[in-house]
Design a protein around this ligand. Structure first.
Ligand SMILES: [Zn+2]
Length: 557
């Protein structure tokens, strides 16, 4: 028994530390501020804990789960003696058969079969499966019901064999492990161990142990008194320069590998086996959705680091497995950091680094104190735009994601407000929001402008009043002239042309024989105020403000 100590480092190492704690369980390590201590006894069977963590965390997203979870439906029909088996049940069964056939022959599955039970041939099982009771034209389900259910019963016995095989202890151990390797772990690293395409070891558990755990045990046995080299991460002495970080995805270290065979002596980024083990836990520190990951590098201490990422993780994977979308990481991020009531003081002290893994690249943002405050103030409004979006070509743009992204980058929302309003007033299709949601964007933007002190002279109450004036204006203004009015006003707002804007407003109000509201004259002290007043007025002109809880006329696709 011996205790190993690790300290926080850069974001990548910190993600590894959080991953390590997730894998072994927080109760099994000792944390003191920025230092983590663990007993080498934890390395016994570490490979089991490693995969068990990923399998548990991502279970419901795995193809393995798709295969075994159908059992529930089978049991239900059997219990009812198929009296509840209808045409929809048949569709689901046939969909399921297609899925099962597809996975049973996929390479990663086939490779695992001998480890589960080499006497079984699931590839053949897959081939033997055929869809049931395809109805010909003019045939109805009811007419052929008896015959179909007979077939279904036969297929069910085939499926029993398949599901039992996959659900067995070893079936889960290896198939689910293969799933997480190719959907989760490979987001963090690749090219070595079970992710090396020509690895000779068929058992990924043994492969992991050999690549990452055994070197640590050897290292601890080695006399390092005369060691000439040091680990780049923890500075501990190391025997040689053999281990490096070229296996980590997109971190810049992999370029070193490409030059190292030319400049052999240039390889100065060697790490010790302990650090390498920690780096292999990076994918357990991140939370991924469809290959996009997020990690919050709030490294004031390891407790906080672990806690805030756990919140993000739970927010993403436990609250919303049914409707996971690429927006989820953003929403989880905001939820996790705005829910920190107990920890409020901490978040007012420091900026936080947010690391995202998107399109196979790491992206970094600093979440400033200011941004945090804006998110906290806009929390409820943000909720109302969660499901709003629009489609531009093949690109889906979600309001929530776009808003958070811009605010994190310290950008205002005016161009986005303009776009969404313009698309709405010109009746473009593929827009899933109404004018109230544009109003919500404007309100969040107002919080932002106040925070950066670009606009201090306009209150929420005034914006509401301006909206109302817009609505009243619309009631009085001839409908056939409205699209021309919209076009000219939006153009003036976009080009920041206050004179043109005022001309149109003055003309329109005099056409109506009404006095122009004060705010137009008073509020034009700067560009931000001008645009805020202008768009607030246009929100009123083009749509009602009530009912902005529901996302548009259709959910985001
Ligand atoms: Zn080290």
């Amino acid at each position: 028994m011996r205790e190993i100590e690790c300290r926080t480092g850069d974001w990548l190492f910190n993600a590894g530390l959080v991953g390590f704690v997730n894998i072994v369980g927080k109760e099994n390590v000792r944390i003191e501020g920025q230092r983590l201590f663990f007993d080498t006894a934890l390395l016994d069977g570490f490979e089991e804990s490693y995969f068990a963590y990923f399998i548990k965390a991502y279970e419901k997203t795995l193809s393995w789960y798709k295969i075994i979870s159908y059992k529930e439906e089978m049991e239900r029909h059997r219990e009812a003696d198929f009296s509840d088996f209808d045409e929809l049940s048949l569709d689901r069964l046939n969909n399921y058969i297609a899925i099962a056939k597809y996975y049973l022959k996929s390479n990663s599955y086939v490779g695992a079969y001998p480890l589960i039970d080499e006497t079984k041939d699931p590839v053949q099982w897959g081939k033997n499966l055929t869809k049931v009771g395809q109805l010909k034209k003019k045939e109805t389900f009811e007419e052929r019901c008896t015959e179909i259910i007979q077939n279904v019963k036969q297929v069910y016995t085939q499926l029993d064999e398949i599901i039992d095989f996959c659900q067995s202890q070893k079936g889960k151990k290896y198939l689910a492990a293969k799933n997480v390797i190719y959907t989760v772990i490979n987001n963090g690293w690749s090219g070595v161990s079970f992710l090396y395409s020509q690895t000779k070891e068929k058992d990924c558990y043994i492969d992991y142990r050999k690549s990452f755990v055994e070197p640590v045990l050897e290292h601890l046995e080695t006399n390092l008194e005369k060691a000439k080299f040091n680990c780049i991460t923890c500075n501990e002495p190391i025997k040689n320069m053999k281990l490096d970080l070229s296996f980590m995805n997109e971190t810049g270290f992999d370029t070193a590998r490409k030059t190292s065979h030319v400049w052999d002596f240039n390889n100065d980024i060697a790490v010790c086996p302990v650090c390498k083990l920690i780096y292999s836990c990076v994918p357990a520190g991140f939370t991924y959705v469809y290959g996009n990951g997020i990690f919050i590098n709030d490294s004031i201490n390891i407790d906080t680091l672990h806690a805030v990422n756990k919140k993000v993780h739970n927010e993403i994977l436990h609250h919303s497995t049914e409707n996971l979308t690429s927006t989820s990481p953003y929403r989880a991020l905001i939820e996790a950091i705005t829910n920190q009531t107990e920890d409020k003081r901490h978040y007012e002290l420091a900026d936080i680094q947010v690391v995202r893994y998107e399109n196979e690249t790491y992206r970094f943002n600093i979440l400033s104190k200011r941004a945090l405050k804006i998110f906290r103030e806009s929390k409820e409004t943000l909720k109302t735009i969660q499901k709003c979006g629009l489609k531009e070509g093949n690109l889906n743009i979600n309001f929530y994601q776009e808003t958070v992204r811009r605010l994190m980058n310290n950008e205002n929302l005016f161009t986005f407000i303009h776009k969404t309003m313009y698309l709405k007033v010109t009746n473009v299709s593929n827009t899933y929001y109404h004018m109230g949601h544009v109003g919500a964007l404007l309100s969040i933007n107002t919080n932002f402008l106040k925070e950066i002190e670009a606009m201090t002279d306009i209150s929420k109450g005034q914006i509401w009043h301006i909206n109302k004036c817009g609505t009243e204006f619309k009631k009085a203004y001839p409908e056939n002239k409205l699209s021309g009015f919209n076009y000219k006003i939006l153009n003036a707002l976009k080009t920041n042309n206050r004179d043109a804007f005022m001309d149109i407003i003055l003309n329109s109000y005099s056409y109506l024989g009404k006095a122009i509201p004060d705010f137009f004259l008073k509020a034009f002290t700067n560009d931000e105020t001008f645009k805020t007043v202008g768009y607030a007025f246009m929100v009123g002109v083009n749509g009602p403000l009530e009912n902005n809880e529901n996302g548009g006329n259709k959910d985001e696709e």
